[in-house]
Design a protein around this ligand. Structure first.
Ligand code: MEV
Length: 323
């Protein structure tokens, strides 16, 4: 075999964003929109990339030079994943990778981490390197940290394990939560947020008032643990309440925006049990947990308030071999 196609899902943060960077737990679910990577081994020790979704075509670089000098931002995660894998497992030949995404990198669904996971899983299969999911996690997380410098790795875990996960930074805890469907409506705010900028902004705020930060972080940890129980019990109304509480803290941290607040307010007014931003804030998406008979109203309200409803299935399968 010298060619393989692998796919991995995107993610949606349910509760606990930012606090998870400070060693508190979060809840994340994998979404039905997937990232695909076809990986082909080459004799020549080069890295080639076709990633039209991020406008990269005909990219070629000697393997030995990966990570040196400039690399297109869109190619970075794939390139560094190849570098880390080929170095760690002493792979000599080259690779050609073609990526294709079912979702826009604008939504904050974690396209970078999903592509990193696809590459590591695919290279492991192609080179007959036996890696379990935790080993894939460790290498993918190292890759993400090398590029971003910061992040909990929750998105990497969602891409690998799929389903819905209770997660602690660095994969200290990756606990699958059994839940069937979650009645979620997702609205895109129309603004692309930068995760690292938002993490830095929160860090600055916390440094200014560390005591308040501790209080907020502990309160979020507590409500994430309560939300986990509500999720297991399928108590959507309580889950909605915890989402609302989480949103109050996120607003306090300064990561919500006027647009997100407008969409959240509209969703709640139209009958959602609870709503909050999802991810780093500063833009990206909001989520609303919604009774079945109010879903259409909530979707309409989000669209009318200037958001864009994105249809997602959640709780989907993690990384897998396609062919
Ligand atoms: C970003 O989607 C969520 C953050 O908690 C960052 C992270 O956990 O890597 C802000």
């Amino acid at each position: 075999m010298n060619k393989i196609t692998v796919s991995a899902p995107g993610k949606l943060m349910l509760l606990g964003e930012h606090a998870v960077v400070y060693n508190r737990p979060c809840l994340v679910t994998a979404v039905g929109q997937r990232m695909y990577a076809t990986i082909e081994s080459l004799v020549e020790p080069v890295f080639e990339l076709e990633a039209t979704d991020v406008k990269v075509t005909g990219y070629k670089k000697p393997l030995a030079q990966l990570g040196e000098g400039e690399i297109f931002k869109g190619a970075m995660f794939v390139g560094i994943a190849v570098k880390n894998f080929t170095k760690k497992y002493a792979i000599r030949g080259g690779v050609r990778i073609t990526t294709k995404s079912e979702f826009s990198s604008l939504f904050g669904f974690g396209s970078s981490s999903a592509s990193t996971v696809c590459v590591i899983k695919g290279l492991a299969e192609l080179t007959n390197t036996k890696l379990n999911n935790k080993e894939i996690f460790d290498l993918a997380y190292k890759t993400v940290l090398e590029i971003q410098g910061k992040g909990s790795g929750f998105d990497v875990a969602a891409a690998i394990f799929g389903g819905t996960i209770y997660f602690v930074i660095g994969g200290k805890v990756i606990e699958p939560i059994t839940t069937e469907s979650l009645p979620l409506v997702v609205g895109y705010s129309g603004i692309k947020a930068d995760t690292v900028t938002m993490i830095n902004q929160v860090a600055q705020k916390f440094a200014d008032s560390p005591k308040k930060a501790e209080k907020i972080l502990n309160a979020i940890a507590q409500l994430v643990n309560q939300a986990k129980q509500a999720l297991i019990a399928k108590d959507w109304e309580s889950l909605g309440k915890y989402m609302d509480m989480n949103q109050d803290y996120l607003r306090d941290m300064g990561v919500s925006t006027e647009k997100l607040e407008t969409l959240i307010f509209a969703a709640k007014k139209a009958g959602a049990w609870g709503a909050k931003l999802s991810g780093a804030g500063g833009g990206d998406c909001m989520i609303a947990i919604t009774p079945e008979d109010k879903v259409e109203n909530v979707k309409q309200a989000i669209n009318q308030a200037g958001g864009k409803v994105i249809d997602v299935t959640i709780n989907v399968e993690g990384v897998r071999i396609e062919k």
